[in-house]
Design a protein around this ligand. Structure first.
Ligand SMILES: [Fe+2]
Ligand SMILES: [Fe+2]
Length: 275
């Protein structure tokens, strides 16, 4: 790997040691990247999954064992480019995250929602909000995704777009029959028929409903596609014009513009960094 040039020589002679059975048994070998045959750096790379991903799961028990693995000369933690992911350009734009980082299901969910908004003849701001609304689920974190997503895009979009993304998190739980929005049947499958959102979400939704931009966020929930249709393919380029008009791409690239949210974009560029 180029970042090692000038430091100690790659350990080409060191044969990978046998992984402990406990890690193999736990199915953790997928977190351990064996060197490719033609790799210059013959070291094994470990991905330590972030706390938010493993807290409360059996996988949290393996932190110590993964740390112990790094003590072997043939093993380091993943830092920088993970060869399992497509390389990102030096100055990434929004499109690069959708095409090179997001998985097919969230990517299509966002593109399909934006297409429905466009077919419904909605304002470009609403289409932009639909295209971005679950960006945090696609690339960062699912819990509180409306808030994470709004924060991530705030420096680059109209304030109303970021507001609509944030508030869709709370509004989607509350029907508004006057505009044809009912509680999503998918949520009965996802959370069970007895699920009630917490009190703070009810408060946020009630406040959002009194806000002058209520309908922008409500339209995000209305055009949100709750059933993913794998047969409908929507190309990013359908929205390049709207993105060009409503998303201010920083010249240095997302992640490198020194904005207060640049670290969020860098986390999606190098999601497996140990630190
Ligand atoms: Fe959402
Ligand atoms: Fe959604």
């Amino acid at each position: 790997m180029s970042e090692l040039t000038g430091t100690r020589a790659p350990s080409a002679q060191v044969r990978p040691h046998e992984l402990p059975a406990s890690l193999r048994d736990a199915g953790l070998t997928n977190w351990i990247r064996e060197p490719l045959d033609d790799a210059v750096d013959r070291r094994r790379r470990i991905i330590m999954p972030p706390a938010a991903a493993v807290m409360g799961t059996p996988a949290s028990a393996y932190k110590g064992e993964l740390l112990a693995e790094a003590r072997h000369a043939d093993t380091v933690f993943m830092m920088g480019d993970n060869p399992a992911l497509p390389p990102m350009p030096g100055r990434p734009v929004l499109r690069d995250f959708y095409l090179l980082r997001f998985g097919p299901i969230p990517r299509m969910h966002l593109l399909q929602s934006a297409r429905v908004a466009r077919e419904n003849g909605l304002d470009e701001k609403v289409i932009m909000a639909c295209l971005l609304h679950d960006i945090a689920i696609a690339g960062l974190l699912s819990a509180n995704h409306g808030y994470w997503g709004a924060q991530m895009v705030a420096p680059y979009v109209d304030e109303e777009v970021a507001w609509a993304i944030e508030k869709h998190e709370a509004l989607r739980y509350f029907p508004d029959e006057s505009v044809g929005y009912s509680y999503p049947s998918a949520y009965i499958d996802y959370f069970g028929p007895d699920y009630r959102p917490p009190e703070y979400i009810a408060r946020e939704a009630a406040a959002a409903r009194r806000h002058r931009w209520y309908m922008t966020s409500r339209l995000v929930t209305i055009n949100d596609i709750y059933s993913f249709d794998p047969n409908v393919v929507v190309e990013w380029d359908e929205f390049s014009d709207i993105v060009g008009r409503h998303f201010r791409q920083p010249e240095e690239g997302l992640g490198f513009d020194g904005s207060p949210v640049a670290h969020m974009w860098r986390t999606m560029i190098w999601p497996n960094n140990f630190l």
